[in-house]
Design a protein around this ligand. Structure first.
Ligand code: FRU
Length: 532
């Protein structure tokens, strides 16, 4: 006879085995899923976190030959949650190394976006002039307070300092350094040194405007002025501002540029970043009157018209008159960032871009210079000087290059009133289309057939478009693909479009389609990129 005890023991054993097997199966499933995701979607040259969630770039600075990138990070899940600052460094902006988390939530709240500066003159007294402190200025978001009905003052600005060049951080004991005056959205401080008055300036998103503050020591701040009322796009929350001077190409003068991210309200839906050109006198930012007129006529002043470049700001301690500024954004969109089909990690940054200011007949334009210097990572190059285009020209034949990551430049000359469509295709039937429609004077990206689009209704509901701002019958195009991203720089970066995609397998061919008869392709250069 089997006793009750024995029956219980066997039942428990069977239950244990079934559960263990199930868990083993689901763990193996997860591991396989992770492996597939890694192979299919993990970018080679764009920073993506090893695990879990990432949004905005934060606290970027360049120091002693190293680029530091901190980022909005939820280290526990692959969706947005309690924000920390993750940390990564690079020496060439193409290969990134992730380090331990830089800032964790505290009594004042979680750690939202912000910036970092090198305090060379030891204005804060937190370092020395021999070993300057790196000071991070960020928003503390008190989520408990925020959850309470009618709460408004739950975002404040705090600082932390590092005495080992940005690797470990100590929070300042008298945080916050800037209290909330009663504004619900009061965040994303971006600080820079204003040489003429020997003081620090902070731009901060405050509701539907940008507020400027000044400080001699980074520890106490006073209000200067506000910008934004009645100007620019107000279709969503204003976030992640950045103010910096840029030389105007060939003019011998400088102008100030104010970046403001906005969500929603972007030109193709969801999140995007607008820019304003004007002057800053150490107190007030004033938009250039001609720029303002042009804006009122047609608001096409977006740093990127693609759906996936948000919350971008510039690196501290990098800019100088000759170089301009170095910028990088988050390569996603709040419309679907939490749903994109990677589960081990979520989202990547854009490639860094140098920003330049130009002035032409239509006024000021901010240009993004495409990242160059790919020699170290180029595994094959194809070149062709000039050739006439037929109805459909196969630019890259199947089997010639691995198109998981590649970069291409070319010129289209003798444009007719026609549409020029580049098609990236694979044998699974996926195709990613982008190009230029001269009839409409419009660039476009259509990712509706690019692979998995099922996770969001807005991801590919309609093609994204961008107006062409340049008048010319030739068109310069540079684009770069890295596993799950396409970044296209038209007209030497005067119009940029960045979009992500999730194809079932890497693309195998690239062709150009058009009915134009006279168009020629010049200076075609294709580089296969890899880390082998
Ligand atoms: C922009 C943003 C910031 C905020 C952060 C929170 O994407 O909403 O305004 O500081 O993300 O993660």
């Amino acid at each position: 006879m089997i006793s009750f005890k024995q029956t219980f023991f066997f039942a428990a054993l069977i239950f244990f085995c079934v559960t263990a097997c199930k868990n083993f199966d689901s763990n193996t499933d997860r591991m396989n899923k992770f492996k597939t995701e890694e192979a299919k979607y993990r970018p080679l040259f764009h920073f993506s976190p090893e695990n879990n969630w990432m949004n905005d770039p934060n606290g970027m600075f360049f120091y002693k030959g190293i680029y530091h990138l901190y980022f909005q990070h939820n280290p526990n899940e692959s969706v947005w949650g309690p924000m920390h600052w993750g940390h990564a460094t690079s020496k060439d902006l193409k290969h990134w190394e992730e380090h331990s988390i830089a800032l964790i939530p505290d009594d004042l709240g979680t750690i939202f976006s912000g910036s970092a500066v090198v305090d060379y003159n030891n204005t804060s007294g937190l370092g020395t002039t021999q070993n300057p402190a790196i000071i991070a200025i960020y928003t503390n978001h008190d989520s408990e307070k925020a959850d309470k009905k009618e709460a408004i003052d739950f975002q404040t600005q705090s600082i932390a300092y590092s005495l080992d060049d940005g690797f470990t951080w100590t929070k300042y004991t008298k945080n916050p350094v800037l209290k909330n005056p009663g504004i619900i959205d009061f965040r994303d401080p971006k600080v820079f040194w204003y040489e003429p008055n020997q003081k620090w300036i902070m731009s901060l998103a405050a509701g539907q405007e940008i507020q400027f503050f000044e400080s001699k020591n980074l520890l106490s701040w006073s209000y200067l002025s506000s910008f934004g009322d009645g100007i620019g796009n107000h279709g969503g929350v204003w976030e992640c501002p950045d103010l910096f001077p840029l030389p105007v190409n060939g003019k011998g003068i400088s102008k100030w540029v104010q970046l403001v991210s906005i969500n929603p309200g972007g030109p193709n839906g969801g999140s995007a970043t607008q820019y304003f050109v004007g002057d800053f006198d150490g107190k007030v930012f004033t938009v250039d009157p001609d720029f303002q007129k042009a804006m009122e006529k047609d608001h096409s002043y977006w740093i990127d018209f693609g759906k996936d470049n948000y919350a971008g700001v510039t690196f501290s301690n990098w800019s100088n008159e000759a170089k301009g500024v170095l910028y990088l954004g988050w390569m996603s969109n709040w419309e679907y960032a939490n749903q994109v089909p990677t589960t081990k990690w979520r989202s990547a940054m854009t490639l860094p871009r140098e920003l330049e200011l130009t002035e032409n007949q239509e006024g000021y334009r901010l240009r993004s210079k495409a990242p160059k210097d790919w020699d170290k990572y180029t595994t094959k190059t194809l070149k062709k000087e000039t050739f006439s285009h037929q109805k459909e020209t196969l630019l890259i034949e199947k089997g010639t290059l691995d198109l998981s990551a590649f970069q291409i430049n070319l010129n289209l000359v003798n444009l007719e009133n026609n549409k020029y469509t580049f098609l990236l295709e694979n044998s699974m039937g996926d195709s990613l289309m982008f190009g230029y429609d001269q009839n409409k004077h419009q660039f476009f990206i259509d990712r509706s057939q690019s692979g998995d689009t099922s996770f969001s209704e807005t991801f590919s509901a309609k093609p994204s478009t961008a107006p062409r701002t340049k008048m010319s019958d030739s068109l310069d195009i540079y684009f770069i693909v890295d596993k799950m991203s396409l970044e296209v720089f038209f007209d030497e970066g005067e119009t940029v479009m960045t979009e992500i995609f999730f194809s079932q397998s890497p693309f195998e061919t690239l062709s150009l389609k058009t009915n134009a008869e006279t168009v020629k392709i010049e200076n075609l250069q294709i580089r296969e990129l890899s880390k082998k």
